[in-house]
Design a protein around this ligand. Structure first.
Ligand code: F6P
Length: 359
């Protein structure tokens, strides 16, 4: 086994709170082993583009700075996907970049998409790779928790708390759109914590009449305001996508379901006023929650230890209350983790009287 002298670390995909704590953790643990750490700028671009863009990260300059306490990515990230036809070409540039930079190993902090892309790219490169899961969507397979999710849940929950007060003042229903892509984890976690009345997630079909029944039930109890949480990946009542927008590589861009719902519900239930609020990218920022930082530090140290043991193409995971790791191929094979309609969160939401759709 080749002894590690230098590792690279990069953040890939949409940013979230806790990324800088991951960097700090890796820097602290790797520096102790005498390794040099190259922080790669802007996801894989710092390696694939020339001149390569990176900086040396040290305990003194990085971990001792305020950055580990802040959200965003100190290194910059890349969330624009990759044209699949260009994978071969990009992989060649990646392999060359790894050689130019003299990297023995690379730690990728990303979601399931990034794990897939970078593990493919690194096949032809002589570099070991370990993944650390992060995403506000919490849809990375196998791990029960990804860095950034808890902060997003906190933000959504406190937003629900704030919006409940203005809804109460004006006898309105607030329709709150949260992130998550095709997974409703963020919606269901924050709807339960924030005592929402309705929670729509992409995994469960709903009906406008079902929502109206819930609103009427609330009104019959003497409450004239309501909270509706909707995950951005939900479709229209008849199953059509709300947004036809795509990013530069043809991936779906979400957004607009809360406006659609306001319009549709108002048509059939004019007795109540509706307002839509999209929480947007604020969900990815703010002060990283303690739980996300803790996970970041646990994951970072474990990733370095895996590399030291000679491991390759694995992702660290939080499962059954423990840190461990799984093969990246297993992560890729399993695919995006969705909310289980028969699982504990949906069960609990229903038991609390939250309308979660036609289930
Ligand atoms: O995957 C993370 C995420 O924040 C999604 O929840 C959201 O749909 C998307 O990224 C937004 O991406 P962008 O950074 O391109 O606006």
């Amino acid at each position: 086994m080749k002894k590690i002298k230098r590792i690279g670390i990069l953040t890939s995909g949409g940013d979230c709170a806790g990324l800088n704590a991951v960097l700090s953790s890796v820097v602290a643990a790797a520096e102790k082993k005498g390794w040099e750490i190259y922080g790669i700028h802007n996801g894989t671009e710092g390696i694939t583009e020339t001149p390569h863009s990176y900086e040396v990260l040290t305990l003194k300059d990085f971990s001792d700075s305020p950055w580990p306490r802040l959200s965003g990515s100190y290194l910059g990230s890349l969330n624009k996907g990759l044209r699949i036809e260009s994978l071969e070409e990009v992989s060649k540039r990646f392999a060359q970049g790894v050689k130019d930079l003299g990297l023995d190993a690379i730690i990728v902090v990303g979601g399931d998409g990034s794990m897939n892309i970078v593990s493919n790219m690194s096949k032809g490169a002589k570099v070991r790779m370990i993944g650390i899961p992060k995403t506000v969507d919490n849809d990375t397979p196998i791990t029960e928790s990804s860095v950034g999710f808890q902060t997003a849940v906190e933000y959504c929950t406190t937003s629900i708390d704030s919006l409940e007060l203005t809804a109460r003042s004006h006898n309105r229903a607030m329709v709150i759109e949260v992130m998550g892509r095709d997974a409703g984890h963020l919606a269901i976690h924050s709807a339960i914590s924030g005592q929402a009345d309705v929670c729509l997630i992409p995994e469960i079909p709903y009906s406008i009449d079902g929502i109206i029944n819930k609103l009427q039930e609330i009104k019959a109890r003497g409450r004239n305001h309501a909270i509706i949480v909707v995950s951005e990946g939900c479709k229209t009542e008849d199953g059509k996508s709300v947004s036809n927008r795509q990013n530069m590589v043809g991936e779906k861009v979400y957004g607009g379901i809360s406006e659609y719902l306001c319009g549709e519900i108002t048509k059939r239930y004019p007795a109540m006023q509706f307002r839509s609020v999209t929480l947007g990218h604020l969900q990815r920022s703010g002060v990283p929650a303690a739980r996300d930082r803790l996970l970041a530090y646990l994951f970072g140290v474990h990733a370095v230890e895996l590399l030291e043991k000679g491991e390759d193409k694995r992702m660290v995971v939080w499962k059954d209350g423990k840190i461990s790791s799984v093969k990246l191929s297993e992560v890729v094979k399993t695919g995006t983790t969705l909310v289980n309609p028969k699982g504990k969160y949906v069960h609990t939401a229903k038991a609390l009287g939250i309308y979660v759709g036609e289930i």
